[in-house]
Design a protein around this ligand. Structure first.
Ligand code: ATP
Ligand code: MG
Length: 219
């Protein structure tokens, strides 16, 4: 049984965390894209990586089922962050959370009129917070994916979604009308595991802090 378990999601989080783990001397034995295994051993007998859904990473770490993990700020805001130590912005999986509408939709006019606006999103907590802070009452519709479809199908007036290049919005005839916040992925740690497993955890933390700083110097 590994001493230290790190929860990651497949895709960009796994891919972009790999170099940071490598800097800490940790190399997973398998690629989750080709392996069906959910528990990956690494070159280090005391460290394992577990593959979970992006939105489940904070839950595994909060309950100590995993000792550490990597999760987007979007996911952490929805989770709430309770029971998580967040020592480091890894500056990976960078994107922006935005409000987007169909091209031609009079967003400013709708706000001015005080129209009741329907917002479709996977990020209901963040959306509630954002529009609440602006004093806007909106109807929130929870979706689990393909938010871009909602304004096109008349399900909602606007969406709150993540945007990197903007290509997906453009391809669906949508435009960003408000920036909510920049998003990147964070290292998260179970506070009890940090105390009890400090001898393994602290070098991992230090190496990742060093790797993030080194990459920033290169840019
Ligand atoms: P799931 O696939 O389980 O539904 P997901 O779609 O959120 O979850 P990913 O697409 O792998 O999973 O995204 C993981 C994280 O990467 C997100 O939580 C977010 O922080 C970041 N992310 C999402 N979309 C983008 C994007 N277009 N560009 C850069 N980073 C992104
Ligand atoms: Mg996705």
């Amino acid at each position: 049984m590994a001493t230290l378990t790190i929860a990651l999601s497949k895709g960009r989080i796994f891919d972009e965390t790999l170099p940071l783990l490598a800097a800490a001397g940790i190399v997973p034995a398998e690629d989750p894209e080709t392996s069906r295994k959910l528990i990956l051993s690494t070159n280090r007998p005391d460290v394992a990586v577990v593959i979970v859904r992006a939105a489940d990473v904070p839950t595994y770490v909060q309950y100590g089922a995993a000792d550490a993990g990597v999760a987007g700020k979007d996911v952490l805001l929805e989770h709430g962050g309770l029971g998580l130590y967040q020592p480091l912005d890894l500056e990976i999986a960078a994107c922006r959370m935005v409000v987007a509408t169909k091209r031609g939709f009079d967003w400013a006019g709708a706000i001015q009129r005080g129209a009741r606006i329907r917002v479709a999103t996977k990020y209901v907590e963040t959306a509630r917070e954002h529009f609440g802070a602006k004093g806007m009452h909106v109807d929130l519709i929870k979706l689990y994916g393909s938010m871009e479809l909602a304004p096109l199908m008349g399900l909602a007036d606007v969406i709150v979604d993540l945007v990197a290049s903007g290509n997906t919005l453009k391809a669906n005839d949508l435009v960003a009308v408000e920036e909510i916040m920049p998003i990147s992925a964070r290292l998260i740690v179970n506070p009890a595991a940090l105390k009890l497993k400090r001898d393994v955890m602290q070098p991992l933390l230090d190496a990742m802090i060093g790797a993030v700083a080194a990459r920033r110097r290169e840019q």
